[in-house]
Design a protein around this ligand. Structure first.
Ligand SMILES: [Zn+2]
Length: 167
């Protein structure tokens, strides 16, 4: 179990952070995703500490640039630092973020032990984001990106992505 340290985020920076989204799941802001460890303004510069999601996820470079752009639009300079430890986990995604993800059509990550079972096709536990049925099956370990697996619902017949669990 990952212990989530409370990120230090200055309240006045939150509205700007909310405008920066995950390039892969645009409905999720960086705050929903839980990748911001720190956002503090010191001497006119916004210092941001960012923890990457999946290692090698190219989205992080994009997020770093998007943060700089968002703050430069309100005339603020930004310094973005990557913090690799503790490693990001799907536990850091906020409940609001998980709900947005489901509405967007991506099934939310299950717990670690269940994750292995569903990715091996042993258990039917992944909930279809379209109709809510758990009568679903694994089509491919890899969905639209390496971070997701492709599932198909046996009730409504819709294919959908499952966001893999990561601890
Ligand atoms: Zn369905």
């Amino acid at each position: 179990m990952t212990i989530i340290e409370n990120p230090e985020i200055q309240a006045n920076l939150i509205p700007i952070l909310k405008t920066v989204s995950d390039p892969e799941i645009p409905v999720l802001s960086v705050l929903d995703l839980g990748v911001i460890r720190e956002a503090v303004e010191k001497n006119g510069i916004v210092h941001i500490k960012l923890t990457p999601t999946y290692s090698g996820c190219p989205a992080m470079d994009v997020i770093g640039d998007d943060l700089k752009t968002a703050f430069s639009e309100i005339g603020k300079k930004t310094e973005v630092k990557l913090v690799l430890s503790p490693a990001w986990s799907t536990d850091w995604i906020s409940e609001e973020g998980l709900k947005k993800m489901e509405k967007y059509g991506i099934a939310r990550p299950l717990s670690e032990s269940h994750d292995k079972d569903v990715l091996l096709g042993n258990k039917k536990m992944v909930k279809c984001p379209q109709c809510g049925s758990t009568n679903t099956h694994l089509v491919s370990q890899f969905g639209s990106t390496a971070c997701k697996a492709l599932f198909k619902c046996d009730d409504c017949q819709e294919p959908f992505d499952y966001f893999k669990c990561l601890k």
